[in-house]
Write a protein of this length. Sequence first.
Length: 249
Amino acid sequence: MIEVKKLNVHIGDNHILKDIDLLFPERSITCIIGPSGCGKSTLLRTLNRLIDSTEGVRIDGQVLVDGEDIIDSQSDITELRRRIGLVSQRPCPLPMSIYDNVAYGCRINRMFKKRRELVLHVRQCLRAVGLMDEIKGRMHAPASRLSIGQQQRLCLARSLAVHPDYILADEATSALDPISSKTVEDLFVSLKDKYSIIMVTHTLRQALRIADNVVFMYLGEIIETGPASQVFNNPQNELTQKYLSGAFS
Ligand SMILES: Nc1ncnc2c1ncn2[C@@H]1O[C@H](COP(=O)(O)OP(=O)(O)OP(=O)(O)O)[C@@H](O)[C@H]1O
Ligand SMILES: [Mg+2]
């Protein structure tokens, strides 16, 4: 479980995230929605401390991952990013083969002693994202030759390969055609028995289809959060009502 307490993020003079209190339940899909610039990506990037690389950033508050504060502690960043995988809006495969993209993290984390075990594992991960059949015989070709949708699924396979506990997805389907997008959506739904998935989406319909919980953000604040059925069918806050009715986007 990830629990965010009184989280404030400043970048330079800008107060980007304001007093965020949130609970991301286990084994479910939480969709974060809200207009452009409201802080969705910043929140995701804080959860696995990718935000650290931003110049002038200041973080106050707590992000408890299974009870451990990842902001304050001396926690091992490589281990944190293994546990919390991030799939970004634009797929960014490593400049290496399809196989090596998936094997890379396994090697760093010394997950397998025998090469044969690694090969089987890589194949299994590629199968899980529906790529195995599509790339038959091309496992050692450069990942850059894959289509964008395939690259996105490869990045997801790369995250899954190191056995994460959480998957963060930042508009992971926005660059995809409808069919690839549906494949990734179905995949997330099938993965939620094992993982906690937190995804940012601009597509309300997508959130309607797959979210168990919804978080609505506006100007760096959490305006409303709750079970998807409640937020969509009976939003309590006027801003949420307006956003859902398409009054602003
Ligand atoms: N490195 C940075 N320096 C200064 N301001 C930043 C930086 N990164 C983000 N911001 C600002 O923080 C705010 C939140 O940005 P963020 O990318 O989190 O929004 P978002 O909700 O993900 O938007 P979108 O839906 O367009 O992706 C924006 O006003 C943005 O301009
Ligand atoms: Mg964003």
